[in-house]
Design a protein around this ligand. Structure first.
Ligand code: C2E
Ligand code: MG
Ligand code: MG
Ligand code: MG
Length: 291
């Protein structure tokens, strides 16, 4: 039986691994080029205050306009950048782009909403991270209060002790910290005691089957209770319909993101949505521009 299994395994993996390795090698080379040629851009997904429908924040999401393959999503190149040791450069690009965008929005007198950005473990855990953040703040002149770093639960567990100092230091600078994809890491709740966590983002996988799934209802209610008692703000990810919105609103979740409200938008489209008199109806829910 072992022999058959071995043979099957061999037959199954070799061609795939080959194709995969070649693909990764090619894309990896392209990625280095892309950093030089500046082929990335950001879209911004609104985060909505559930009670009012007001846009209170956006999350910056990276996209790669590949010269041959067209628009690539982060799932297709962020893990690759991580394994090739390029993620710090990619995240540094995002940070500069976010700071520049905030400066432009400030100059255009748009409402001063929070802008969240994602940082990989290697970025967040690097000893030079805080300095690069301070540098980006200084170069752009924006207020640290406008920024929020999203870091996944699994990254925190992987990074260990240094994480707390980094989160604390960001917090001290006035920059927010959110735990992204909450509930999907190894379920140690111990790190929630770490200081400097301002937001919990409830992962989409717990939102999808709300309110039908009794298990997900129980899990989400428990997450909201923990966040509340620890004084953290809550954001639900991946809200796609009115029933999910209603449930989360009633359960006391503060904010939501998802296709129900809006996808990630190019800056100009977001600007239209944020201007005091939006000319178009952006989604099924009437979004209200911030105060
Ligand atoms: P994330 O930070 O958890 O971002 C949420 C993802 O869910 C985004 O995918 C967003 O487009 C998608 N999403 C939002 N609402 C809905 C919904 O209602 N339904 C569904 N099905 N999906 C929804 P995206 O843009 O493909 O990003 C994927 C991941 O890539 C992000 O997950 C984040 O971990 C990572 N990422 C994005 N930008 C960066 C970056 O600049 N640096 C790093 N290190 N990672 C990034
Ligand atoms: Mg995120
Ligand atoms: Mg997330
Ligand atoms: Mg996610």
């Amino acid at each position: 039986a072992a022999k058959t299994q071995e043979r099957n395994t061999f037959r199954f993996y070799t061609p795939l691994m080959h194709a995969d390795a070649r693909m990764r090698l090619m894309l990896g080379a392209d990625l280095r080029q892309a950093l030089i040629r500046d082929e990335f851009h950001l879209v911004f997904q609104p985060s909505v205050e559930l009670r009012t429908g007001r846009i209170v924040a956006v999350e910056a999401l990276i996209r790669w306009r590949h010269p041959e393959r067209g628009e690539l999503m982060p799932d297709e190149f962020v893990p690759l950048a991580e394994s090739l040791g390029l993620i710090r450069r990619l995240d540094a690009w995002t940070m500069r782009a976010v700071c520049n965008q905030i400066r432009l929005w400030d100059q255009a007198k748009l409402p001063p909403i929070r802008v969240a950005l994602n940082a990989s473990a290697a970025t967040f855990g690097h000893p030079g991270f805080l300095d690069s953040v301070k540098q980006a703040l200084q170069a752009s002149g924006i207020s640290p209060k406008r920024l929020l770093f999203e870091i996944t639960e699994s990254a925190i567990l992987r990074l260990g002790e240094a994480t707390e100092q980094t989160m604390h230091a960001l917090h001290a600078l006035g920059i927010g910290v959110a735990i992204d994809d909450f509930g999907t890491g190894y379920s140690s709740l111990a790190y929630l005691k770490l200081s400097g966590i301002d937001y919990l983002k409830i992962d989409r996988s717990f939102v999808t089957d709300l309110p039908e799934s009794a298990n997900d209802v129980a899990i989400v209610e428990a997450m909201l209770a923990i966040a509340k008692s620890l004084g953290m703000c809550t954001i639900a990810e991946g809200i796609e319909n009115a029933a999910q919105h209603e449930f989360l609103l009633r359960a006391g979740c503060a904010e939501g993101q998802g296709y129900y409200y809006s996808r990630g938008l190019p800056p100009q489209e977001l600007e239209r949505m944020l201007s005091p008199n939006p000319r178009h109806e952006p989604s099924r829910l009437r979004l209200v521009p911030p105060k």
